[in-house]
Design a protein. Sequence first.
Length: 109
Amino acid sequence: MSPREIPAGQPRDETGPVFAEPWQAQAFALAVQLSDAGHFTWTEWAETLGAELRAAGEDDGSRYYETWLKALERISLVKGLTDLATLDERTEAWEHAYERTPHGQPVEL
């Protein structure tokens, strides 16, 4: 599988992947960057994402990028790119930032 091949199930149009929100494009880019940097192969990524999609079960596609994030967390933990405590701290920081951000404004840490 080529690093630029769009995984099955990913929202797309005739030109490639489509994103409903900026964070989705950022999550997509992060997976590509980490693979390009040699932290995991695109095949490893596709297998991890596939496992997360199967675990999530039936979906109309609206939760695809949430599953993408879970796969990024999982492969980052497996590859030692982060640890669970750091991941939990960052998740909590984002939740707090989201809660205090006015509607329509970008979330910033």
